[in-house]
Design a protein around this ligand. Sequence first.
Ligand code: PLP
Length: 404
Amino acid sequence: MSMLPVAPAVADSMASSSFIRKMFEKGLELKKQFGEDAVCDFSLGNPDVPPPARVREELVRLADAAVKPLGLGYCPNAGIPAVREAIAAYLSRQQETALRASDVVMTVGAAGAMVSFFRAVLEPGDEVITPAPYFVEYGSYCGHFGGVLKTVPSLPPTFDPDVDAIARAVTPKTRAIIVNSPNNPTGCIYSPDVMKRVAAIVDRVNEERAAQPGMRPLFLLSDEPYRAFAFDGAKVPPVLPLTKWACVLGSFSKTLSLAGERIGYFAASPAMPGEDMLMAAVTLTNRTLGYVNAPVIGQRLAAALLEETVDLEVYNRRRLLMAKVLSDAGVEFEMPKGAFYFFAKSPVPDDGVFVDELLKERILVVPGKGFGFAGYVRLSCSVDERIIARSADGFKRTMQRFAT
Ligand code: PLP
C-alpha cells in the first residue's frame, strides 16, 4: 500500500475539488474536441476585458526603474510607503472615512488579504459566518488555520442576506462575518439598510464581549473586489463608517483586469480598539505565510491607476445581452445589479442535471451547489458578447427539453 503523500485534510479538499475547476477542465476537453468557437464557456471569472491603456505606459516606465539596483527587490512587508499612502487616500474617499497609510497593508490579491487576516485572528475551532451562496474559497481560507466556515442561506430571489439568521448563527467562537457586495455569485448589491443591520450585530456582540474577561472581538470583514461593478445607477455603500470593527479588503484583479498580477489590500477602521496590533499582525502573517510582500510591479501599477477602471460599459452590455438570452429561453433569474455574474434558477431542483443538459449544447455553467446553494447555476459574463449571443439557441433547446 502506498503512503498518502499529503495531509489528509488536503486530500479531502482535493477530492471535493471546486466545481469551477471541474467545469474548466470539461471546457478544455470540449474545446479540444469541437474547437474554441463551438463552446460557450460561462464557468470562469477570469476578467477578459483589456486593462486600461495606461497600464502599458506605466509598465514601460517601470521597466527603466526595474533594472536599477533593488528595482525589483524586497520592499517593506506592509507595502511600499508611497503606495500605502496613495491607497489610504483612495480608500478614504471611497469609504468616507479618513485613513492613514498605517491603516493599509498591501497584499497578494484580496485572497492573500483574507488569508493573512484569518491567520492573524483565528484559533482552531473559531467560527466565520458568511451568507450563502458564497465564494467557495472562503472555506479553505479560514480552514487552513482550523477556522470553521458557517454558512447562512440568503433569501431568494434577490439573495439579500438573512440578517436575523446571521444574528442567530453568532456564538462566542464567532470571529468574523464576511460580507461580499457586489456578490459573487449572485450579483446582489447589499442595501445600506442590510449593511447597517449586519454592522449592528457586530457592535452589539462586541459590547457584550467587552464586558467579559478573555473574549476576543467579532469583526465585520467586507470582501470588495467587485466594488466598481455597479450598474443601473446602483451604489455600493461604504462599510468602514458602519462599525469601528470593520475591515475592508479588495484588489485590482477585476477593476483593472490585473488578476494574474496578484495585487490587493487589507484595511481596517482607524477607530477600532487594538487596530495598531491588528495591522502589525496582518503585516507579520502576510510575511510569514510566505507572501513576504505584495508584488512590487502590481503595487506601482495600482497606485498609478487608482482613478481608472476597465471599460465597465463592456460588462454592462454583456449583462443586458445575457439577461435577454436567458429571458428569451425562459430561464428565471434576478437581474444582477453588480459584479459580472448571473445566478439563474435551474428548471429542476437538481442543478447538476441542468448543468449536464447545458453541456450537451456545449454551454458551460457552474452548479449552485458549488457555491453552497443548490437549485441554481452561476454564469460568468467574462466572455465576449458574440459568445453570449451564440448561446441563445442552446439555452432555448435546453429549456424546451425540460418543458416536455
Ligand atoms: N473574493 C471574491 C468574492 C472573489 O470572487 C475573488 C476572485 O474571484 C476573490 C475574493 C479573490 O480575488 P483576488 O484575485 O483579488 O485574490
